[in-house]
Design a binder for this molecule. Structure first.
Ligand code: CO
Ligand code: ZN
Length: 361
């Protein structure tokens, strides 16, 4: 893969991942997505919940929906105390272990305000405290204010949103780190795949959806797929790559740099998502024909927009392409640009060749 392709992908990923869009408050990321999609599709719509739907017309009326969520997990101010400390709750699933000691940006009504998630110095910790994971209700954000009024003057109130303060940077080789790769990398793959299809004839009409509120219950996927009523769908999201020291190989799920993952199954015991076998077969065939490396993903726990889209109306054959990512749901996610570019290539080729035959059971 060429350095230019990786660099071009990196620019889109950085534009999206350095943007803010906590579930339900996707305004900033939405504008950036619209800006990119407008150059690549015939029509861009925004629905009542804020999902962005880009429609790229194909030769046929077959409707293929592709979806990646643009929301990210974040924090929400739940109480401002007399001394100006902000108490908060989580929007989406953070690991409490990694919040203390982080720098955050709180979005007050009059703009962004820096803060830190403070904690007791180690000198004052008891032995028990040193071992415990501090529950979120005991954590607080210190914005430097000395009173509630001072915080209010900065436009901060109950319900203000906060994100961890992190920018995307490149690591060694084609690895990168940042926040919100879950799922801005999926949104970037969607945009990059549409770029690869520019000026090319495609078979189906593609509905490219940047969904809202995935992290709080797959909400955007639910309402947007109802509106679109697709004939088939492919979701794009990150999956776990646990190929790090101290984890047995059988628990890695995927590895970085070994290609995008074609999802076979995810979810919990009674809430499994089984990717439609015809779509799995089709994606594997495309990967093999195009010599795109790929992995097969069987994930216990966790799910994506795919599981919701599949249950729309009388059912939608749905598959998913995953981008292996380390340290998911932390501000230091790590992925390999080659996997993301290959995911985009797999998606674009699949879209170009998607015919009604693909979803015959
Ligand atoms: Co997530
Ligand atoms: Zn996700």
């Amino acid at each position: 893969m060429s350095e230019e392709e990786k660099a071009e992908f990196y620019e889109i990923l950085k534009k999206f991942a350095d943007s803010v869009g906590v579930s339900g408050y996707e305004m900033e990321i939405r504008n950036r997505v619209i800006e990119e999609l407008e150059k690549l599709v015939d029509k861009v719509e925004v629905d009542k919940f804020g999902n962005v739907i880009g429609i790229r017309k194909g030769r046929s009326d077959l409707k293929v929906m592709i979806a990646a969520h643009m929301d990210e997990i974040g924090l929400m101010v739940s109480h401002i105390d007399k001394r100006g400390f902000l108490h908060f709750t989580s929007v989406g699933g953070w690991s409490n272990r990694l919040l203390p000691g982080q720098r955050v940006i709180v979005y007050g009504d009059s703009g962004p305000v820096f803060g830190v998630i403070g904690l007791k110095p180690p000198h004052l910790e008891t032995q028990e405290e040193a071992k415990e994971v501090i529950p979120m209700r005991k954590l607080f954000i210190d914005i430097g204010a000395s009173s509630r009024e001072e915080a209010e003057r900065l436009g901060i109130r109950e319900g203000s949103i906060a994100v961890l303060d992190r920018q995307v940077v490149r690591l060694s080789g084609s690895r990168v780190t940042g926040k919100a790769f879950d799922d801005r990398v999926g949104v970037a793959c969607m945009v990059y795949a549409l770029r690869l299809l520019e000026k090319k004839e495609i078979e189906p009409t593609v509905y490219a959806v940047a969904t809202v509120q995935e992290e709080v219950g797959l909400i955007g996927a639910r309402v947007s797929s109802f509106k679109i009523t697709p004939d088939a769908a492919i979701a794009l999201d990150v999956t776990i790559a646990c190929d790090v020291p101290g984890v047995e190989e059988k628990n890695w799920v995927t590895q970085l740099g070994k290609g995008p993952a074609i999802k076979i199954m995810d979810g919990m015991m009674v809430n499994r998502f089984i990717a439609h076998p015809s779509i799995v077969r089709f994606l594997r065939k495309i990967a093999e024909e195009e010599k795109i490396p790929y992995q097969l993903e069987v994930l216990v726990g966790g799910t994506t927009d795919a599981s919701m889209i599949a249950l729309t109306k009388e059912g939608v054959p749905t598959g998913a392409i995953s981008i292996p990512t380390r340290y998911i749901h932390s501000p230091i996610e790590v992925l390999d640009l080659t996997d993301a570019v290959n995911a985009s290539k797999l998606l674009s080729t699949a879209l170009a060749k998607f015919t009604p035959d693909v979803i015959k059971i």
